[in-house]
Design a binder for this molecule. Structure first.
Ligand SMILES: [Zn+2]
Length: 108
């Protein structure tokens, strides 16, 4: 999907928004980032559903990553590399979490 979207070109309407209006906000549900192919429209655009070229970690939304169309299929299914790195550091420091369920008798 990202590879196909990256080949799309802005329409005449995109070009009109880009050049004709200084005080316009462009709200879009599209994630294809067509606006980035124009000069001023990216600064006027609010993307309601994000963008295909940026992944956001589901655990910590401050972890964001730029990706290419070629990376999309593999990285969209991968764990967050920043969370993975933090996990490895915790394991290396023997900072494990012990969970105890006690001696509860279930079913008696
Ligand atoms: Zn993360």
């Amino acid at each position: 999907m990202f590879a196909r979207a990256s080949k799309a070109r802005p329409t005449e309407f995109h070009r009109l928004l880009d050049s004709a209006f200084d005080r316009v906000f462009h709200f879009t549900q599209n994630v294809d980032c067509l606006e980035d192919k124009l000069s001023s429209l990216p600064h006027k655009t609010l993307r309601l559903h994000g963008r295909l070229d940026t992944l956001v970690c589901q655990n910590r939304n401050i972890h964001t990553f730029q990706i290419t169309p070629e990376e999309f299929e593999t990285k969209v299914r991968s764990r967050c590399p920043r969370c993975d790195k933090a996990d490895k550091i915790r394991v290396a420091a023997h900072d494990t979490i012990l969970v105890s369920f006690g001696n509860a008798n279930i079913g008696t």
